[in-house]
Design a binder for this molecule. Sequence first.
Ligand code: SAM
Length: 287
Amino acid sequence: MLAYRHAFHAGNHADILKHFFLFHSLSYMIQKDVPLLYMDTHAGSGAYSLHSGYATQNEEWRTGFQRLLDYPGPIPASIQQFKDFLEQCIADCGRYPGSPLIADRILRTQDRRVFYELHPTDYEALQQYFEGSKQVSILRSDGFEGIKAFLPPPSRRACIFIDPSYEMPSDYGKVVAALKEGLRRFATGTYIIWYPLLAKETAQALPKELLSLYPGNRLHVEIQTEHKRERGMYGSGLVLLNPPWALQQLLPEAIPVLTKILRETGSELRADGTEDETSPSIPACRF
Ligand code: SAM
């Protein structure tokens, strides 16, 4: 059962967070000559119209991309570069880019792209977009299993982007199992795993479980955008294993500003996510 369609959510606060890290990770990784494998285990359809179709239903892009465009304060160079990149993508293809397009634009001809997408419509859209691209393989099969098929890569360099919809409760266990398997086969790969902030126990436990699999070089970033609530997503986070070293340098400057940009206007959040009208606002982020 695949009811989830990313087009409803394209450009929302979660996309901005994950795409910011994807953009910078790959931009650093291509600075070495050695060919890179980019694997997107949950690719989506590649590009999304924000002004027609599904995206118009809840206009979730207003919680992310629009806030980035409207933010009045000064922004660090790392956020400016990302914003310019997105605007250029939209100018060139007329739609908000998903992870496969973002990656494809950054990667070089010697780098291989592997995209997994199960939904037939999104799979077809991806195929059409990348038709004739020699470096791209698109598979309509389970991306969690894909880790077994492509790791370790011959060049021993890879970025694996794991971005499930968590539509199925089993996704929580599968993402942990897939990461475990990935690390067993290829412990030096760069893994970027996205997860939603949700009140339910399995979601709360996930980042700890992911981090427990790897004691080495890793990053954990979480941005709470709204008050914690019983139903619905109130922010999201990323676990990055073996991120490029230079990425760590960006964080102290970038994350507090990204949090301000993405946080719901007018919401004063304590660090624990509860509302506080009397004390000054505390950026609800962790890194
Ligand atoms: N990574 C995309 C981006 O950043 O633009 C968004 C991906 S969306 C969150 C998750 C996608 O995974 C959906 O398009 C869904 O159809 C697909 N999907 C769900 N389960 C899958 C699986 N086991 N293997 C591959 N794709 C899957």
